[in-house]
Every structure is written in structure tokens, then in C-alpha cells.
Design a protein around this ligand. Structure first.
Ligand SMILES: C[S@@+](CC[C@H](N)C(=O)[O-])C[C@H]1O[C@@H](n2cnc3c(N)ncnc32)[C@H](O)[C@@H]1O
Ligand code: SF4
Length: 376
């Protein structure tokens, strides 16, 4: 039997834009009502080609889904449940910004069917939060987590390593506070400075405000140890979970289990085709008003590319990939330096090889960009 599928819904509205963010978002919410109507149309169109499939995860991502009125969240989830075969125990995640969270809203989300909230904490240090234009402070983030936890929702918290003003000690303290707040899932991202000209420039001009790359690497390895001691499984490069708390929806991306993607800029893998919607609201609305999905990319994934994707995505996971598949790919690769590099990654302790699987070690996760780009 096929593994149950997932559905991603992109909600692009944000109150303000954070200094480091390159996601497809807008701070102009004048189109919001029309956008929700268009999403409901898109659900209707897509459901016709997915009637026979079972789904066990929905992910409302953004942007800032927590800004959506709770009646819209309920209407979207209700429409999804009516249109698709969604398991009663499905994981339904909503991404939230701490400053939006309050007890009545948390209750409304739970009553609408949300089971898990992924909160963009980023840091528990106020100078770091204000340096990148976050609207909340550390106290607000703490309150948001306790309100959500009282409502019985599963919690995931995002932190960023590499923020301006961050030190090894302040980062460790943020991890500690996240753990004390009782989250079962943690996502830690290295700040991608190339996504923001202003931050990239600032890092060049005032390097003292930032941890060096070497210091970040030490902090990160320390973090792996700390979370490991606390019982968190480092199951993907940027993700840790307590038992039973892995992100079911996100795992589908790394395991190439088909997921639908609705809303602007949403990507999907469906029937071995990769598709993406347009990234701009106006043509998205126009397309759906005219009764068609506003697709900007639609291409078949051939057998070779599937194998390559299984390697690049699978190596992101602690469980790694099938050794036979990886080694036969390396043996056939046009890049004739790859076999020697494969051996040197093992010698350097970046890759661990067992009789049937290959996976990145913690140090390998840290250098994963350099390794994974060799398979692209
Ligand atoms: C879709 S985003 C936004 C979630 C939510 N709107 C928020 O800001 O709290 C999901 C996560 O990506 C991470 N992120 C966004 N931009 C990043 C960047 N340039 N470098 C590293 N992590 C980033 C943040 O941790 C953020 O919480
Ligand atoms: S980080 Fe979150 S709130 Fe900030 S601009 Fe990006 S999506 Fe919006």
C-alpha cells in the first residue's frame, strides 16, 4: 500500500518583513480574503486528481499562518477534509509567530483540527531579536509556548544560529529555554546571510557582531551533544525530535513521499512530476478565477533524477541512503574525482558506512553543503 500523502498550503502574509527572510511573503494583506477564496478553489481543482489517495499530514506554512483569522483556518481545514481522504489522526501543523499567539486563538486552532504548532522563536535574547527586526521579545516567545502547551498542542521551536549579537553562551541559553518550555521538536537553522544583502553587508562591516564560522561550528557540535543528552534524536540536518515527535509532513519531502503544494510558490511532487505555482499573488488569483491552477513549473522527474534526489534528500536524514544506490551512482558519475572524495569523506569521519547504508555523521551534517552539492 502507498504511504499516505501530505498537503502543504502557503500563506504568504506577514505583519512585517524580518531582516534575514527570503521566503515568498507580503506585508500587504489587502488580497487576503481573495487569496483564501482562491485557495479553496485550488483545493477543489486538485482534489479531483487525488481522490483515491490517503493523506495523513497537512502543513500550513508561510509567511505567517498565525495571522490568518481563525475562521479562515477552520474553513481551509474543513474544505481540505471534505475534499480529500484525510486520516482522523493526521498531523496538522500551523506555523506561528510568537506575537500572534493567545489562549483563545490556540483553542480555536485546536478545535479546527490543528495538532502541532511550529513557532518561529529564533532566539531568546532580546538584542538578537531586535537586530533582525523580529516583532516579539523573549518573554513573548516564552508565553506563546506555554499557552500552546496548555492547549495540548505538540510544539516545535525554530532557532537560528549565526544571528547578529549572538554568542556561544546566548545561543546555549536559547536552546536551554526552548527545552525548558517543553517542546518535543526543535529546528535549528544556520543563518543564511546570502538571503539578505543588508545582513551580508553588516557581517562584512562589523564582523565582531557575529560568531565566526569556526565558532559556529563548535557551537553547533556542542548543541548536538546537549540535545542528544536530553533525549532528542538528531534525525535530519536541521531537526531534532523526542520519541514520537518527528515532523511527519517534513519527512515526506526527504523521503520523496508525494505531497501536494497549494498557494503561491508552493512546490509539489505528484505522480513523479515536480510542479510549482507562480510566486506572485495577482496571477495566482487570476488563474484560479479562470478555473485553472496557476502553475509556473511542471516537469517529469526521470529515473536518473529520482536516484539523484534519493541521494541528495536521503543524506539529509540520519538514516542516510542505500549504500548500493550511492556507490553505483558514484561509479557512474561524470565527475571522476567523486570516488576519491567519497573515500576521503569516510576517512575524515564525515560519512559513516555500514554494510547496507551510508549516512552523514554530526560533523558531516555540518559540512553537508559541500558534500551534497557534489551530487547535484
Ligand atoms: C517559513 S519561516 C517563518 C515562520 C514564521 N513566519 C516566523 O517567522 O516565525 C520558517 C523558519 O525559517 C527560518 N529562516 C527564515 N529565513 C532564514 C534564513 N535566512 N536563514 C536561516 N533560517 C531562516 C526561521 O527560523 C523561520 O522560523
Ligand atoms: S521570518 Fe516569518 S515573519 Fe519574518 S518575514 Fe519571514 S515568514 Fe514573515
Amino acid at each position: 500500500m502507498n504511504a499516505p500523502r501530505g498537503i502543504y498550503v502557503h500563506l504568504p502574509y506577514c505583519r512585517s518583513r524580518c531582516g534575514y527572510c527570503a521566503f515568498v511573503v507580503t506585508t500587504d494583506d489587502s488580497s487576503r480574503q481573495a487569496y483564501v477564496t482562491a485557495l479553496i478553489r485550488e483545493i477543489d481543482l486538485v482534489s479531483q486528481e487525488a481522490r483515491r489517495e490517503r493523506f495523513d499530514s497537512i502543513y500550513l506554512g508561510g509567511g505567517t499562518p498565525s495571522l490568518l483569522p481563525e475562521t479562515d483556518v477552520a474553513a481551509l481545514l474543513e474544505t481540505l477534509r471534505r475534499s480529500f481522504e484525510i486520516d482522523s489522526g493526521a498531523e496538522i501543523t500551523l506555523e506561528a509567530n510568537p506575537d500572534d499567539v493567545n489562549a483563545p486563538l490556540a483553542r480555536a486552532w485546536r478545535e479546527a483540527g490543528v495538532t502541532r504548532v511550529s513557532v518561529g522563536i529564533q532566539s531568546f535574547a532580546d538584542p538578537e531579536l531586535s537586530a533582525v527586526g523580529r516583532r516579539h521579545d523573549a518573554a513573548t516567545a516564552g508565553r506563546a509556548l506555554s499557552v500552546l502547551s496548555r492547549e495540548g498542542l505538540s510544539l516545535s521551536g525554530d532557532l537560528i544560529l549565526g544571528l547578529p549579537e549572538q554568542t556561544a553562551a546566548s545561543f546555549a541559553a536559547s536552546v536551554e529555554r526552548l527545552w525548558e518550555a517543553g517542546v518535543g521538536h526543535v529546528s535549528i537553522y544556520l543563518l543564511e546571510t546570502e538571503k539578505s544583502k543588508a545582513i551580508e553587508e553588516d557581517r562584512k562591516q562589523t564582523p565582531d557582531r557575529y560568531l565566526s564560522d569556526d565558532a559556529q561550528a563548535d557551537v553547533w557540535l556542542e548543541l548536538c551533544e546537549t540535545l542528544g543528552r536530553r533525549g532528542f534524536d538528531h534525525y535530519e540536518i536541521s531537526n531534532w525530535a523526542l520519541p514520537g515527535e518527528k515532523a511527519r509532513h517534513n519527512l515526506k519531502y526527504w523521503k520523496r513521499i508525494p505531497t501536494l503544494g497549494l498557494g503561491i510558490s508552493a512546490h509539489e511532487l505528484w505522480g513523479e512530476r515536480r510542479r510549482a505555482n507562480v510566486s506572485v499573488i495577482a496571477p495566482y488569483l487570476e488563474g484560479l478565477e479562470a478555473g485553472r491552477r496557476p502553475v509556473a513549473l511542471d516537469r517529469e522527474v526521470g529515473p536518473d533524477e529520482r536516484a539523484r534526489e534519493r541521494i541528495v534528500l536521503g543524506l539529509r536524514l540520519a538514516e542516510g541512503v542505500l549504500r548500493e544506490e550511492l556507490e553505483s551512482w558514484i561509479a557512474r558519475a561524470e565527475d571522476t574525482t567523486l570516488p576519491d572524495d567519497y573515500a576521503s569523506w569516510q576517512e575524515a569521519g564525515l560519512l559513516a558506512v555500514s554494510p547496507d547504508r551510508v549516512h552523514l555523521t554530526e560533523r558531516g551534517f555540518l559540512l553537508s553543503n559541500e558534500i551534497l552539492c557534489r551530487f547535484v
